[in-house]
Write a protein that binds this ligand. Structure first.
Ligand code: M6R
Length: 591
């Protein structure tokens, strides 16, 4: 949530910052702004709206400067207005700050600052930072010393960047819990929430640890620990395949990412088999196993739970990460906690993992983003290796998470190779399912675009796919949707079915087929329009989305793909932007 960027170097700074903001837009897109230092002046322009709109409206590209910072916002404190957009400034307009995260004690600090005469112009928590810096700078501190002095007063999680007329020619940055990455290509230096922001210029990056401070000037970069001691950091190489962010000819990132799934599957099997098997054995040996995740990643975890039980005969529980803390009393040294997160940044997951570590649990994380906070906190990390996922709606990362759970469950019974071979074959089935259904899904989405609610049902291992299909639809097309185990319908939701209500029935020809079909019939008898997702045709379906016949534990992977595409086309037909759904952001770094 929120993307921040700073550039200091030999080139005009503003075009670099604007380009970076476009690359960071997946992190938030309700407001944007930049600040630059030029000719003894601090220039700030910002507004509510998507980045391109703000750039045009305020002619941001015309702003001069060789030092600049920028921000793309996902509102937490304060409405989506120009006043609340970042950068924020101090009383005298001499300091500018961009911030990602939440300052939890901002009300108390705001009161203290107001009492001593500071004037606030926004409702944000962020604005206290430039005011705190203002006082330190007035006392003659350097910008980095000012940051070191105020950081202990800030509670919560944050990454922020600042520039000031009182210590010009530099950008300072610091972080706590929220990521901050520095890119170096002397004499050009970058700092951002995500290396994607500057990966077209350099692949040499360095990460900040909690409470460290970085100073960027045209002469170089310096790092300090919380006590102000200088640190030496080595740059590591950024994997360029990760940093790709173009649409590759597709209209949207989401469509590109859906189409990349066959390839993602063939890549995912390239894991270190021995390490993988050891992790699987740790899971088997643990007294209890808890998987924690949010949103789509949690649905992958639910499929994982079935796989662990069916293949490895290992029962485990899945706990929503935002609720994890309430179960922390049951976590101990003999617990394995598996944290699943595409971004590796989700605050609820990070928080849960910290609690689990404190209780002595072994933490294994399944993440996509390299060098993420979650990866750093975990004892063992399994990477999805599916490349950057930009669209807010998770697609290829979900399929990759399912594949990881599939591999892990087979590794529990010493059959990693067999699972890897099956997944490699499955990538052809993913291509098939896309080719078979594309035109039918386009037609279906045109027909159903004005429906107000969809229901998704399935049983067993496919139940989580029903929930995932519903989540995809609601988040990008704003149609109400619910996914549930088919057997649960008659316990309440059936009351909502009326003439023409679309019911998506995931019923592969496996052990769940007949019972699921009979639940579908119950909705059809009440007027539902049945969309059958199956390898077996049936008279019950009003529309048939054909999937290939595969091993029964692989059906979730082939069934989810047409549901992603259905959601995508429905969003397009309803005039929604599937890459940037309203009110959402890709990385949810607030609790
Ligand atoms: O990065 P994470 O996997 O931790 O993200 C978790 C959820 O925020 C995420 O899956 C969200 O539900 C997606 N937008 C769903 O498409």
């Amino acid at each position: 949530m929120c993307g921040i960027i700073g550039y200091c170097g030999q080139k005009p700074a503003v075009p670099i910052v604007l380009e970076a903001l476009k690359r960071l837009e997946y992190r938030g897109y309700d407001s944007a702004g930049i600040a630059s230092l030029y000719d003894g002046r601090l220039l700030i322009r910002k507004d509510a709206g998507k980045i391109d709109e703000v750039i045009q409206k305020h002619d941001l590209a015309s702003l001069p400067g060789i030092v600049a910072i920028g921000h793309t916002r996902w509102a937490t404190h304060g409405a989506v207005t120009q006043f609340n957009a970042h950068p924020h400034s101090d009383c005298g307009g001499r300091v500018a700050v961009v911030h990602n995260g939440i300052i939890e004690n901002n009300q108390q600090l705001r009161q203290e600052l107001t009492k001593i005469g500071h004037k606030f112009t926004s409702e944000t928590d962020t604005e206290i930072i430039p005011h705190l810096l203002e006082d330190e700078l007035k006392n003659g501190c350097s910008l980095e010393q000012a940051v070191l002095n105020i950081a202990p007063r800030l509670e919560g999680s944050y990454a922020f960047l600042g520039i000031s007329l009182d210590d010009p020619g530099k950008i300072i940055g610091t972080r706590k819990t929220i990521p901050l990455i520095v890119g170096t290509d002397a004499p050009d230096y970058y700092v951002s929430s995500d290396a994607l922001a500057f990966s077209q210029y350099t692949n040499r990056v360095m990460s900040l640890e909690d409470n460290e401070v970085v100073v960027l000037t045209q002469k170089g970069i310096e790092f300090f620990d919380a006590q102000g001691n200088k640190l030496v950091k080595r740059a590591r190489k950024l994997d360029h395949s990760w940093a790709e962010s173009h649409k590759g000819g597709y209209q949207h990132f989401m469509l590109k990412e859906i189409m990349e799934q066959a390839q993602a599957l063939s890549q995912i099997v390239h894991q270190d088999e021995k390490r993988f098997t050891n992790i699987a054995l740790d899971i088997l040996r643990a007294r209890q196993v808890i998987i924690t995740a949010c949103g789509t990643s949690r649905y992958a975890a639910l499929v994982g739970r079935y796989l662990f039980s069916r293949v490895g005969k290992k029962f485990c529980d899945v706990v929503m990460a935002s609720e994890f803390g309430y179960f922390a009393d049951s976590v101990d040294k003999s617990t394995v906690v598996i944290a699943v997160s595409q971004s590796g940044e989700t605050a609820d997951v990070v928080e849960g993992v910290k609690a689990a570590r404190d209780a002595g649990a072994q933490v294994i994380s399944i993440v996509n983003r390299p060098n993420s906070i979650l990866a750093d906190l975990s004892h063992q990390v399994i990477y999805l290796n599916c490349g950057s996922e930009i669209a807010v709606a998770a697609t290829k990362s979900f399929l990759s998470q399912l594949a990881i759970f599939y591999l892990l469950s087979f590794a529990m019974v010493n059959s990693f190779d067999e699972a890897a071979a099956r997944l490699t074959d499955l990538s052809g089935d993913i291509t098939k399912v896309l080719n078979w259904n594309k035109s039918e899904l386009i037609k279906l989405s045109q027909k159903l675009k004005d429906k107000s609610a969809f229901y998704y049902i399935a049983r067993g291992i496919n139940f989580a796919i029903a929930s995932e299909g519903a989540l995809k639809l609601k988040e990008i097309s704003y149609i109400h949707a619910e996914g549930m185990p088919a057997g649960e319908l008659k316990h309440g939701t059936l009351a909502l079915i009326e003439l023409g209500t679309p019911v998506v029935v995931i019923c592969p020809a496996d052990y769940t087929f007949l019972e699921t079909l009979s639940n579908a019939m119950e909705t059809k008898s009440r007027g539902a329009y049945i969309i059958g997702v199956s390898d077996k045709e049936s008279d019950i379906y009003d529309s048939w989305i054909r999937i290939p016949e595969v091993d029964e534990l692989l059906y979730p992977m082939v069934a989810v793909v047409p549901l992603q595409l259905l959601a995508y086309y429905l969003a397009i037909n309803r005039g929604c932007d599937p890459d940037k759904p309203r009110n959402l952001a890709k990385s949810v770094t607030v609790k």
